[in-house]
Design a protein. Structure first.
Length: 222
């Protein structure tokens, strides 16, 4: 097997290994020994007064997917329990948190309507505990749109005899770009990594297209 092909396979296996390592556990050990001893004696909610908050409510909302065949509502339900504890212990400087979440029912139009409603409601000061499958669908759809193009371009460069250093650089850049985009797009509000990943992706597509043209022109001279 030629060295360049071995190198390409090695980069691919490294990417797969990194993905598996990120999704896997720590050698099947389900204990929390790696985080050390946790002292919960001094933990408290809100102001820790033990008295209910009675001031003007602080309105906080969330968007989640709780029906339509998928239930992602564990995050907002956890936030509900936390804010309930906060409100029972003085709230935030005496003000209770009015927390609620809406279900997008796995419907993109409904999700957009709810998000617009929250954005137009001036009394909503923050979003917390969002967990919607719609954003994951969009992240997956974007990967389907761009990843095959990038990988096909990388394969063509390999077959055309591009330099190993260029193949490695493009391969690493593809991993970084797609990982940054995936992490950034699922955040709310969207993380700057989303824009960085998108810019890197489009830049890579242009750079690899140019590299393919130059490689073909170089080979056609001989």
């Amino acid at each position: 097997m030629p060295n360049k092909i071995k190198l390409t396979l090695a980069v691919g296996l490294l990417a797969v290994g990194a993905a598996i390592a990120g999704c896997g556990g720590s050698s099947g050990n389900n204990s929390d020994t790696d985080v050390g001893e946790l002292n919960t004696n001094n933990l408290k909610c809100g102001m820790g007064t033990g008295k209910p908050a009675t001031g003007q409510p602080i309105k906080v909302r969330a968007l989640t997917t709780a029906s339509g065949g998928i239930d992602f509502s564990s995050a907002p339900r956890s936030a509900t329990a936390f804010f309930k504890c906060v409100n029972a212990n003085g709230g935030i400087n005496g003000r209770p948190v009015d927390y609620a979440y809406e279900d997008d029912a796995l419907d993109q139009q409904k999700a957009a309507q709810i998000a617009t409603q929250f954005a137009n409601d001036k009394s909503v000061v923050a979003l917390a505990g969002d967990a919607t499958f719609i954003r994951l669908q969009r992240a997956h759809g974007n990967a389907v749109e761009h990843s095959p193009i990038l990988l096909l371009a990388l394969l063509l460069l390999e077959l055309l005899g591009a330099r190993p250093s260029a193949l490695i650089a493009f391969g690493v850049a593809i991993i970084v770009a797609r990982a940054a985009h995936a992490v950034g797009i699922v955040q709310r509000p969207r993380h700057p990594l989303h824009a960085l990943g998108a810019a890197l992706t489009y830049g890579l597509e242009v750079a690899m297209a140019v590299s393919l043209v130059l490689t073909v022109m170089k080979r056609s001279r001989f």
